[in-house]
Design a protein around this ligand. Sequence first.
Ligand code: UFG
Length: 331
Amino acid sequence: MKLLIVGGAGYIGSHMVQQLNRQGHEIIVLDNLSTGFRELARYGELVVGDLADTALLEDLFALHRFEGVMHFAACSLVGESVNKPGKYYRNNVANTLNLLDVMVRHNVNHFIFSSTAATFGEPEYVPIDEAHSQQPINPYGASKLMIERILQDYASAHGLNSVCLRYFNACGADPEGEIGECHDPETHLIPLILQAASGRRKSITVFGRDYATEDGTCIRDYIHIEDLCSAHALALQALVNGDQSGALGFNLGNGLGYSVQQVIDAVQRVVAEDGYSLKVEEGERRAGDPARLVADATLAKRELGWQPQYADLPTIIRHAWAWEKKLARIG
Ligand code: UFG
């Protein structure tokens, strides 16, 4: 299939492009390179551009007959979204509407959307299934939920079929070590701990030990990037085959919660195999962090036939560590 991957030079998008390329699809990447990297998009044909540029979108859709579109090009920093909501609503909502409208005009009816656990807000129960109420507590989560709602209306009005995939904590790297995560600034737990081990930062700070969890640190559901991507590929195939239609939403996680302390311990064991260690410091709570976020992904397994291959935390960490060693030019 010929597919458009918007945001295909970013962390999740680039792994998606690589996986689709390995499956034999033809990929056009649209990315403004604001947070992505040209080298990461190398498994597709890169068009540097922005979703705000409607003329560019028209040209692109006139030039290529896309079977489907996947959209990864969002701003995704929760803290920044609180301070700069306009940036989040403009890019994540208004610009996404540009994309949906050009799809409708060109009769492209299959859309896969990166959504987030942040659409659920403070959980009422865990594991979180699709029936859980969606009441985001920050503009980032709100901007993603707006698109989820818009997609329902576009399905009814225009027959645009879509799947929203709500990620819990995406992590890990290409198991073959060719690409991986490189955010700047990096805010995510696993790469930060690994940077503390490689020497690219001096320590990892634990954001609070007074949560209502077994060891007092926050619990998250860490999902390997390859597994996340395989769910997208299955979702697209289900739409193309006509097995699924309308506007659907699935939660993606392993259903396993690990505390910040357990992740640090697991990283310490992995890096110790190579003779590395790291320093841990104590910090205050980070605003807006729920104590526990764990996914119930039963529906994705049942409806899409999704089966995670790398649910094991040490395996996730080993893949991310191999990539970090490359970035840090060690080992
Ligand atoms: N943490 C630390 N120290 C750090 C960084 C993180 O203790 O230096 C903790 C956080 O407080 C949190 C856990 O590690 O408890 C995981 O934090 P991440 O920043 O890696 O991930 P989040 O769970 O905050 O964020 C993820 C996605 C967001 C999404 C959010 C939903 O990355 O896009 O889940 O709440 F919005």
